[in-house]
Design a binder for this molecule. Sequence first.
Ligand SMILES: Nc1ncnc2c1ncn2[C@@H]1O[C@H](COP(=O)(O)OP(=O)(O)OP(=O)(O)O)[C@@H](O)[C@H]1O
Ligand SMILES: [Mg+2]
Length: 647
Amino acid sequence: MGRIRVLSDVVANKIAAGEVVERPASVVKELLENALDAGASRVRIEVEAGGRRLIRLADDGCGMMRDDALLAFERHATSKLSDVKDLLSIATLGFRGEALPSVASVSRLTLETKAAGEATGTKVEIAGGKMLRCDETAWAGGTTVTVRDLFYNVPARKKFLRSEQTELAHIASLATHYSLAYPEKGFDLMHNGNELLSVSPTGDLRDRVYQVFGSGVMEDLVDLGVIEREFAIHEDDESGSRRFALRGFVSQPQIQKLNRNSIYLFVNGRLIRDRLLLHAIHAAYHNLIPPNAYPFALLFLECSPEEVDVNVHPSKTEVRFRRQSFVHDFARDSIREALMAARPISSLPLGRTPQPAAGLPYSEFSQQMEGLETPVLPAPEPEGASAPRTDAWPWRPSPDGSEFALRAPVNEHTPRFDFSDPLPAASPRPAGRIPDTHGPLPPGLLADPSTSLDTLRDLRPIGQLHESFIVAAGRDGLWIIDQHVAHERILFEKVLRQIEAGAVERQQMLLPILIELTAEQQVDYSRIAGDLESVGFEIEPFGPRTVAVKAAPADLSVGEVEKVVFEILETADQPLRRVSVEELRRDMAASIACRAAIKINTPLDARRMGWLLAELAATRFPMSCPHGRPIALRYATREILRGFHRI
Ligand SMILES: Nc1ncnc2c1ncn2[C@@H]1O[C@H](COP(=O)(O)OP(=O)(O)OP(=O)(O)O)[C@@H](O)[C@H]1O
Ligand SMILES: [Mg+2]
């Protein structure tokens, strides 16, 4: 890193100004970003009392020479940019020269540092922005910043701090997510002497996710891999192409969050909040999860620094893309395609009772995780307005406290089954192996724990539960399929295919169905008349406020036609839904499919069950209905064997 210089007023005035230090996690964020900019390969964070009493961050980065260590506390003193032009392509996390002076003005701060090649190190002490001393010190290398008594001189700000646990949760979330963004670096986080996070450098993002969350979480995530797309530039003063790359993980649709606190977005290694990308994620999950639910997402977008303006928010938590619609569609399509390709399933929502075990005691761990209203520093939702606390953290602590396990995929739509009651996993296991008096296990029983829905093809229907759910035997366990939503998915995809091919099957009404519309519905109707036709309706005006339906999509029974028309008009009326014709058509197809699908409480014979399963297996996305409800639950053979204490 070059030498530090004080920015000219011209440059300084162009930098988004505002509050830098809001809470302990903001201090951690600034120090962490400085360490990363300094090329550190290992970062150690120590925190006491949720960061109010102490925050210490030690790095093994390039360090600073004595003059720089002093200059670093001047406002607008930075080594990361020099003139106005540099503001257009910022490649470092820091650029304002604001962080250290801001932190030093509201705390007692000590900086210890040594640049490579220097004989001695430097120790600087500042309190409330006043320089107390600057001494030579013996120092091995790298930089350590210790921040004590945050806001000791700003009581008003101190009052706004939340509980120790909440502040700690913000810090933990921040450190965790930065560790995910930089898998090639090591991170340690200690709180009151207890280790909360310790990950060593690894070359691979998957390994880092595994290190941080444990293996269980992976099963519920879809790995995007690395998706690249070029943007061709044909502008007067510029031509060529720009490369965008997206990688990361998104949750399978059965994981549904009540708010967007589990969505983490990184642009060029910087944790940000961004409406555009949030919308892209929402659009990718359209028809896969309910509109009011959110997925978990961990996304890393890389692009050239000129493509993104990071100088739009004082705490550097927002960005502006130069090519907004390209970035939006790139993210949406990449996520959607990965979800389609994964074809994942829900497993039965068997609650596993956490039990204290070795390592950090569970009680202590859960105490530390108490009060997790909003887990990440750039709190995306207003506090208090957020969802129940249990949903705030994407993972709950697992029994041994050493890793996190994804919350069971239960939501209000998930059917509950009686046999989830005598919970195999929760019952005490007899010590030692059980003598196998019941004969050996059939070969291959445990061979395939895969959760691919391809196994659907081999399902053998056993019968129906409450004339609503098909119970089927599969290679990999016992399956329960919601007959209504399964059929809905089949019809939805069929209608969509027909719309795309411009060959919708329709039925002529013997007598036109007359529908009376309100003024508002008439407006909506005239707006989407063409779209209604494209999904199979033939509707004509019939008097001032009435329309006549002469033909309707083939699968609908005559009694449902009016309801579907009203439903579609209602969907079209929601301002947020006017996003695209494509989405409107999907909504229309979803309405038709829902109305035309076999209802629950309908007896089915073996032949019809077999047909339904085969058709479901042939769909592109057989794991959730167009409204986002799960279709199939699986009780894995492994769970069954475990329940009978056979393994
Ligand atoms: N951990 C560190 N290792 C080496 N140099 C550092 C470290 N922390 C800060 N510096 C130096 O001190 C300067 C000032 O840091 P400061 O965080 O105040 O500003 P910045 O990182 O340049 O911009 P920003 O305010 O956006 O963070 C940096 O530009 C960098 O040269
Ligand atoms: Mg900085």
